[in-house]
Design a protein around this ligand. Structure first.
Ligand SMILES: Nc1ncnc2c1ncn2[C@@H]1O[C@H](COP(=O)(O)OP(=O)(O)O)[C@@H](O)[C@H]1O
Ligand SMILES: [Mg+2]
Length: 307
């Protein structure tokens, strides 16, 4: 079986022996799907670390099959899909826990928000998708809260007493203080998408836009938007683009702008830290510039970022 090179490399890099064993088992899993659901799988989409392919059922219904990489994240995604139900996210048709398989409604044509050239238009659409998706956090759930992100940054602060990549210890500590402050003062809790960006919003039918690939997270809506804001930034005028995105989301979703900018600052420090490659020291420059942008935006609107 011929697999996409980048996909095989990522699976091996991030999941090592477990990933290798799963890659070997993939042909068997595909056959299992074809038999269990009487379907035929087609060529996969462009893959990251999960095997996702369109398929046709016996009655010609088109669906999408997602065979997930080993790990517990699959359970979060499945629960998020079940909880969102018919609200703004792609519809779950069936699942198989043991083999980590999800069957989804197929969105056609399936182009992503990344294909829109007008950044403001894409952002208004994204805001409406999030609006549709907004549901209160369930009382009991296995899905993690934003507190886990704060803990992730705390661990980095401890492990890198001299700072990480180009981020100084002082910046790490400031971001951690802000994370703690925001988590301690959060009063509304929602089920969040958890991986919301241009490539996870797809068009179907007459340009109805729907979120796919929810990883699930519990917390404030403001936090869920930061990843989108850092995505697809131009090399020039990134400040103005983020400023406009903040304005659009705040207006459409009636959000707390101050908290949005604070989440922006601390999450961007975390995301940049995650992107640092311990071997060669490289990091996401785009995320790195985002740290300064959120800081400047905060200062322009609310004064010094004294934490
Ligand atoms: N329901 C769907 N309808 C149409 N295309 C889909 C659907 N789900 C996924 N895809 C395609 O498969 C790709 C990978 O799926 P995704 O769930 O985002 O996987 P990953 O978790 O690896 O990012 C998407 O970018 C999209 O192109
Ligand atoms: Mg995805």
């Amino acid at each position: 079986m011929k697999l996409q090179k980048q996909f095989v490399q990522s699976v091996r890099l991030y999941f090592q022996e477990q990933g290798e064993a799963w890659l070997e088992k993939l042909p068997e899993l595909i056959e299992y799907c074809e038999q269990k659901w009487s379907m035929k799988l087609k060529e996969p989409y462009s893959l990251s670390v999960n095997y996702v392919a369109p398929a046709v059922m016996e009655d010609s219904t088109e669906v999408v099959v997602k065979i997930c990489i080993p790990g517990e994240e699959f359970l979060d995604e499945l629960e998020a899909l079940q909880l969102f139900g018919e609200k703004g996210s792609v519809q779950l048709i069936d699942s198989d826990h043991k083999n980590r398989i999800i069957i989804l409604e197929k969105l056609s044509p399936g182009c992503t928000l990344a294909e829109l050239t007008d950044d403001e238009e894409a952002c208004w659409i994204a805001a409406k998708v999030i609006k549709n998706l907004s549901i209160k956090a369930p009382v009991q759930t296995r899905i993690p809260t934003i507190k886990t992100r704060e803990e992730s940054l705390r661990k980095i602060v401890k492990e890198y007493p001299n700072g990480i990549g180009h981020i100084s210890l002082q910046t790490l500590q400031k971001a951690l203080k802000i994370f703690t402050y925001l988590n301690e003062t959060a009063d509304k809790s929602f089920l969040l998408h958890g991986d919301f960006h241009h490539y996870n919003v797809l068009a179907s039918g007459d340009m109805t836009w729907t979120a796919i690939d929810p990883k699930g997270l519990i917390g404030e809506i403001e936090y869920d938007l930061i990843q989108y804001m850092l995505n697809k930034l131009p090399n020039q005028r990134a400040y103005e683009v983020i400023e406009k995105r903040v304005e659009i989301f705040t207006e459409e979703l009636n959000l707390n702008k101050e908290r949005l900018l604070l989440w922006g600052y601390c999450h961007t420090v975390l995301a940049t830290s995650w992107s640092v490659d311990d071997k060669d020291g490289s990091y996401s420059e785009s995320f790195y510039q985002g740290i300064e942008i959120f800081k400047k935006l905060y200062e322009a609107n609310f004064g010094g970022l004294y934490y």
